[in-house]
Design a binder for this molecule. Structure first.
Ligand code: DGY
Length: 434
């Protein structure tokens, strides 16, 4: 156990940059990513509180004047990543950061629950409380941004306009949307496939879709209302909304701890109640026994089960009864003895691919949330399996970005996939072992 923790610490230390943030993985991801940063800070809080605080600070420094927090902060001029800031051109938005280059899209809002975790982890509570006091209003502004700008029909659920906002970049869930689009063929140089085997990454045609959605947002200067009106990709994502609900709960609890701030707490509470009700009403699929995505552009649910379907457990969204149905769905489809929990996409679906990014492999951040959710709902044994499977995969393959969920791949040499020495894998393994 000590040995894995030490190896994990080495990964995080090697990925820490002079600018005070941690890259997800050398080569493949050379900047700061929003949700990565959050998970990384949880791991750092166990052994280097200074770095953990820096991680959050550097991310929040890049916040826009409208409360928006971007998905990538381009701290350096590194041209080994595509698409870089010269493609994204987030400066077209009038309220974008004047100091930091970034993308014009976001990622799941994890920051508030991460701050609460950091507080729970450290011994010096007062010091951490002071740190949080200095940051919390920025996170509040970020939640206000979501409620006021990302919910055009005032439903209690926020939209994402790009698959990269979901965090589950090339999930088969998006195939249904790609079927409705016919983007131009872009000419560009892929950089990711110089770092990682192409069989583990999205296809060229998928990238055409990704770039086309950005082009439409750019043509509209990243205006949220225009995007809601025009983007061919407009989705209510269960993972994204569950993260917002989980973070919002943490935000309310932190404000309550500080005292005062009644107006802010009341605002958050009103939105929280609406969100949970809408989530259970709109994103639950009775026939599948799981939460699913909703395609707002084409006005229909996207009826596939993925690891995102189980993330509401982490946010306390389902009732006890519904949680039981959800866990049964997971065990039936994902939980066979021949598999590690938890595949990122339904292994019984013909779109499942055990080695391609978000189309099937196991991801440690999803497992970490699943573990916590299962424990919270009283599923101790399954939670322990998720915890042990995560540790075993890292022991088997190393600190990879994602892992084959099959126990027997039929191959001699097993290897994790995607980026090696991947920061959030290291960070969350530390947390799972503590
Ligand atoms: C990538 O480049 O694949 C990133 O995950 C986008 O956020």
């Amino acid at each position: 156990k000590e040995n894995i923790i030490n190896r994990a610490i080495n990964v995080l230390d090697a990925n820490f940059q002079k600018g005070g943030f941690t890259i997800p993985s050398k080569g493949l991801y050379p900047f700061q990513w929003k949700w990565d940063s959050g998970f990384i800070a949880v791991g750092l809080a166990h052994y280097n509180i200074d770095h953990a605080k820096k991680e959050i600070e550097t991310l929040l420094n890049a916040q826009w004047d409208n409360g928006f927090i971007p998905h990538i902060v381009f701290h350096t001029d590194d041209d080994s990543y595509f698409p870089g800031h010269d493609f994204h051109r987030s400066d077209l938005h009038p309220l974008s950061s004047k100091k930091y280059k970034s993308t014009g899209m976001t990622q799941p809002p994890v920051t508030a629950f991460v701050l609460q975790d950091m507080l729970n982890i450290v011994d010096d509570k007062e010091d951490m409380l002071n740190f949080i006091k200095g940051q919390i209003d920025k996170v509040y502004d970020n939640h206000v941004y979501f409620y006021e700008n990302r919910d055009p029909q005032n439903e209690g659920l926020v939209y994402i306009y790009h698959n990269w906002e979901s965090g589950t970049d090339n999930s088969p869930v998006w195939d249904d949307i790609w079927d409705t689009m016919n983007p131009p063929e872009y000419t560009f140089e892929r950089k990711d496939t110089t770092h990682v085997d192409a069989s583990q990454r999205p296809s060229k045609r998928e990238y055409d879709h990704y770039l086309y959605i950005i082009d439409i947002a750019k043509q509209n200067n990243y205006d949220d209302a225009k995007i809601a009106e025009l983007s061919p990709f407009l989705v209510q994502d269960p993972l994204f909304n569950a993260m917002l609900i989980k973070s919002n709960k943490a935000l309310m609890e932190l404000y309550e701890l500080f005292g005062g701030n009644e107006d802010k707490i009341a605002y958050l509470r009103k939105n929280q109640e609406r969100s949970i009700a809408a989530f259970n009403q709109k994103l639950w699929d009775n026939e599948l026994g799981a939460y699913v995505h909703y395609d707002m552009r084409n006005d229909k649910p996207i009826r596939h089960v993925s690891s995102s379907s189980f993330s509401p457990l982490f946010a306390g969204i389902p009732s006890k009864e519904r949680a039981e149905v959800l866990v049964n769905t997971m065990m039936d489809r994902f939980g066979g003895d021949d598999k590690y929990l938890c595949a990122s996409f339904d292994p019984t679906d013909n779109r499942f691919n055990p080695r391609k990014y978000w189309r099937g492999p196991v991801w440690i951040n999803m497992n970490w949330m699943l573990y916590r959710g299962l424990k919270e709902y009283g599923y101790k044994e399954i939670a322990a399996r998720v915890q042990n499977d995560s540790i075993e995969l890292v022991e088997r393959d190393g600190f990879f970005e994602y892992f084959d969920c099959r126990k027997d791949t039929g191959e001699e040499i097993r290897k994790g996939y995607g980026g090696d020495n991947f920061s959030w894998t290291a960070a969350l393994i530390i947390d799972l072992l503590k």
